[in-house]
Design a protein around this ligand. Sequence first.
Ligand SMILES: Nc1ncnc2c1ncn2[C@@H]1O[C@H](COP(=O)(O)OP(=O)(O)OP(=O)(O)O)[C@@H](O)[C@H]1O
Ligand SMILES: [Mg+2]
Length: 261
Amino acid sequence: MITLAVVNQKGGVGKTVTSVNLAHGLALRGYRTLLIDLDPQGNVADCLGLPAGNDIYQLLFPGIYAPLGSVTQSTGRENLDLVRSDKTSVNLKVAIGSIADRPREYLLDDALDGAHYDVVVLDCAPSVDILHTLALVAAHYILIPTRLDQLAVKGVREMLTTLKSLSRITTCELGAILPTFYDRTTKESYLQLKHLVEAFREFVWPPIPRDVVCRESTRFGQTLWEYSPRTRALVGYEDRSGRLIGGYQQVVDRVEEVLIK
Ligand SMILES: Nc1ncnc2c1ncn2[C@@H]1O[C@H](COP(=O)(O)OP(=O)(O)OP(=O)(O)O)[C@@H](O)[C@H]1O
Ligand SMILES: [Mg+2]
């Protein structure tokens, strides 16, 4: 089982859209996939057209510690299960924060121990808090979506500094940096992508095009694979030679390479 945390301390960079569409993309290829929402905004359930719920609270709240199987929801999609979050996660953070004994940072890692999935995708909140730490401890790799703006390199560096500060308690590594909202008609997108590649080299994966369908599909509670399987954010953009580059399809391809290894 491989656990991937989708993280960026900056808000609105495409973490949730990435988590949902990566998870469903893998599920559609037959991988048993668990998607876990660690954000009190609880957006993952919305994106899948499901009601909100406090599954993560039940799973991790000290004294409750419900077994994973009892809080996991079926999404109605083959191979894709969900652990939902809602605003009760704010109380959860306070409660976990007050645990003194066994390192609380291992709570999620322990909860996932022995789970029967091929891949677990963790959608994180745009903040550095205890749930964020739990995700970095439970994950094997982080995936960092980032918008292509002036703060992109800085934002990624901040994330890597946070990861490094936890190196005593986690073996989690940088998996990939995922440029999102890519607009090939603007010089800004191109320049920032170039900066990102100069700074982080092969860790930068082909970008996800800006695509209004991302917002629309969320409104309809469908993943991109369901709502518009040929849309740009999935299949990428055409380069001069007509080759398709980027998009979530390539992200799924690359994650699959790791799963097959
Ligand atoms: N490639 C894209 N093109 C256009 N819109 C997008 C794209 N990716 C995401 N969006 C839209 O941008 C908004 C923010 O995306 P998302 O919720 O995934 O970001 P986030 O990083 O999870 O935000 P938060 O930090 O608040 O959790 C949403 O309305 C989403 O539909
Ligand atoms: Mg989000």
